[in-house]
Design a protein around this ligand. Structure first.
Ligand SMILES: [Zn+2]
Length: 264
């Protein structure tokens, strides 16, 4: 069964310096296509450069909320991002969003998020969201921002989805919402993630995507080690064995979310 890794970072070390080798191993493990996701201007540029070399790879470009405090001129950064996003291998804007786990809540984060939503609308591209919080604020504020600024005509991907079930339920109601599940769903203490997974599976199985987030979040039995893109096969196996996840359907979901079938 072919798999699509809808979120990985061949553009970040330690994968970057050896990406052709990691890609070859991913291909051997059934990964038919992958989306390399940017976290800042430089890694977005790298994502595009890698994707241009290999027709099974696509790029998402975006500025992660953690970069918000380092930006001195938001408009200039958005202009630079827009230039990178012109490349035809770019299939989404991401990863963008709100992170109150690593950073304090700030207007800078919100402005960066909203600016990139406008860019995605202008370029008619899906968005890939990074949302994290120790508590609940980032989750519900993300929904507020989306309801105010997003058009819901293209996919909005909740990457590595976490957060309160009430938030996930609201996000499930949105048109064209998708939910990315990663290797951390295999962790022993991940009952809450499995609960989210089962909620999405029961309500909207056509909204499930698989990701690695490599080099982060290696699934069991490699928890804590370098996550390699090939390890998506292990997460897929875990979900199909324990939750009867239909991998054929997930493959189709991934094509739909990023309209990849039109680019093959
Ligand atoms: Zn990521």
């Amino acid at each position: 069964m072919p798999l699509i890794d809808t979120h990985c970072h061949y553009n970040l070390e330690p994968l970057y310096s050896n990406w052709p080798n990691h890609l070859a191993q991913a291909l051997e493990n059934g990964v038919a296509q992958s989306i390399i996701v940017g976290a800042g201007l430089r890694s977005s540029q790298k994502a595009v450069e890698i994707a241009q070399k290999e027709n099974k790879l696509y790029a998402a470009v975006g500025i992660h909320p953690e970069r918000s405090l380092k930006i001195t001129d938001l408009n200039q950064s958005l202009d630079q991002l827009e230039k990178i996003a012109q490349n035809k291998k770019v299939v989404a804007i991401g990863e963008i969003g709100l992170d109150y786990f690593h950073l304090e809540k700030s207007q800078a984060q919100k402005d960066l998020f909203i600016g990139q939503i406008s860019l995605a609308k202008r370029l008619n591209l899906p968005i890939i969201l990074h949302v994290r919080d120790k508590e609940e604020a980032a989750y519900f504020e993300t929904l507020e921002v989306l309801e105010k600024h997003w058009h819901f005509k293209k996919a909005v991907v909740f990457h590595c989805v976490s957060g309160p079930l009430k938030y996930v339920k609201k996000a499930l109601d949105y048109p064209n919402s998708y939910f990315g599940f990663d290797g951390n769903i295999t962790f022993k203490n991940a009952d809450h993630l499995r609960e989210i997974f089962q909620l999405v599976q029961k309500t909207a199985p056509h909204k499930i995507l698989l990701e690695t987030d490599a080099p982060y979040l290696a699934p069991v039995p490699w928890r804590g080690q370098l996550c390699e893109p090939k390890m998506i096969a292990q997460t897929a196996k875990y979900l199909s064995e324990n939750f009867q996840l239909d991998l054929n359907k997930v493959y189709q979901n991934s094509l739909d979310a990023f309209t990849l079938s039109y680019k093959l």
